[in-house]
Design a protein around this ligand. Structure first.
Ligand code: NAD
Length: 384
């Protein structure tokens, strides 16, 4: 099997889908790896490092793609609105594409790609089961985003994070409030604690209380019970508009006391819930900083501008859209480990195993044989 790794084309994307360290394991499994020249440059992975691990380098992108049986990418169509048409045209029918695809947000696009007879696997749909932990790229990227969000907040804040006792006075630690304590939120808590901040956190899933406390943060419990807060997969369930309205009001008291607010709340396949409306925003102190990690999914703060840092009434609002790409070396190492583990898992008799009786394959396989095959994507296509 020939596996191709093209250079990412999304603006500002520094990651690469495969790093040299993971080439030997794939080569041992009988895979021939070809990398587009310079594909690893943004992540500090030179062509020579790939060659020394047994990969080939190709200068001509069209030739690279047209010869491939399988293509590994970070941002595939769906996750990259400007995905080059020429790349799609270069792929032979039957080629497998493994990438972030955001198929639930882009079901129509997935249908048209299926019509090209591409086999599509979405890294972002791999279930979060123990067996798939090493393939869990959502967790990998969320970990990096949570870490980097705190650094952005520390950089923008007009104050230091740790308690400081100096000859010029004693300075109290920054108060950081993390809303949404999933993978990114927990990493944000840990990072803010390491910088010496006092951290509070809230999540509508009560199950995370223990995890928050084990990181040395205080878990905030609101006088508000979510209706079946958690899905069987451990994700938050979408709540009613009334729930979100009351939640915002109850959160405002904690927002008013915070120097830094990091929001990470998300509901899979839906717009991110608004936690800080314009009215609630009034409660934030001038000089405080909001880092809205949900910016790409519509934002948890209604004033967030995706990809921008703005100041409103003295409050800095940062809406980063591709934080993992700002940590490209480790982000690529993690993604590469995830995607190469997934590919090794799929390899069977020189091809890819498409047996959907395995839940990892069933949930991540989007299209095959000219049609959409994923139940969740088919539901999204019908607008359900
Ligand atoms: P996510 O990115 O979908 O959401 C982030 C967080 O926002 C979640 O904790 C969610 O509960 C919270 N949230 C949503 N709406 C909210 C609201 N209105 N108010 C407050 N918080 C809100 O989640 P994620 O980080 O991808 O993690 C989802 C789950 O998957 C977690 O339970 C995590 O432990 C689990 N997980 C399991 C494994 C595994 O077992 N292998 C691996 C990774 C993650």
């Amino acid at each position: 099997m020939i596996v191709a790794i093209p250079k990412e084309t999304f603006p500002g994307e520094n990651r690469v889908a495969l790093v040299p360290a993971n080439v030997p394991a794939l080569a041992k499994a009988g895979v021939e790896i070809t990398i587009e020249s310079g594909a690893g440059a943004g992540a500090f992975q030179p062509d020579e490092a790939y060659i020394s691990r047994g990969a080939k380098i190709e200068d001509n992108r069209e030739r690279l793609l047209s010869r491939a049986d399988t293509v590994l990418i970070v941002r595939g169509p769906g996750a990259d609105p400007g995905f080059p048409q020429s790349d799609l045209d270069a792929l032979r029918p039957g080629t497998a594409l493994i990438a972030f695809l955001e198929p639930l947000a882009e079901p129509e696009l997935m249908k048209s790609l299926a019509g090209r007879d591409l086999t599509l696997f979405a890294m972002d749909l791999i279930p979060r089961v123990t067996r798939a932990q090493q393939m869990d790229t959502l967790s990998s990227m969320a970990t990096l985003a949570g870490y980097k969000a705190v650094l952005l907040a520390a950089q923008a804040a007009p104050r230091m994070f740790p308690l400081m006792m100096t000859a010029a006075g004693t300075f109290t630690p920054a108060k950081v409030f993390v809303i949404g304590a999933g993978v990114a939120g927990l990493q944000a808590i840990a990072t803010a604690r390491r910088l010496g901040a006092v951290v509070e956190a809230y999540d509508l899933r009560p199950a995370v209380k223990e995890q928050v406390e084990s990181l040395g943060a205080r878990f905030i419990e609101l006088d508000l019970k979510a209706d079946e807060a958690e899905t069987s997969g451990g994700y938050a369930r979408q709540q009613t508009d009334d729930f979100y309205r009351v939640q915002q009001e109850l959160l405002s008291e904690h927002l008013a006391k915070s120097d830094v607010v990091i929001t990470t709340a998300a509901v899979p396949g839906k717009r991110a819930p608004i936690l800080i409306s314009r009215d609630i925003f009034e409660n934030l102190r001038p000089g405080s900083v909001v880092v809205d990690l949900a910016a790409e999914k519509g934002g948890n703060c209604s004033l967030t501008k995706p990809g921008e840092q703005i100041v409103v009434d003295g409050v800095t609002i940062i809406g980063p859209t591709n934080l993992p790409s700002q940590v490209p070396l480790h982000a690529s190492q993690m993604y590469s480990k995830n995607i190469s583990t997934f590919l090794l898992f799929l390899l069977r008799d020189g091809g890819l195993n498409l047996d959907t009786s395995d839940e990892i394959i069933r949930e991540s396989l989007v299209a095959h044989g000219g049609r959409l095959v994923n139940p969740a994507v088919l539901k999204a296509l019908k607008g359900e």
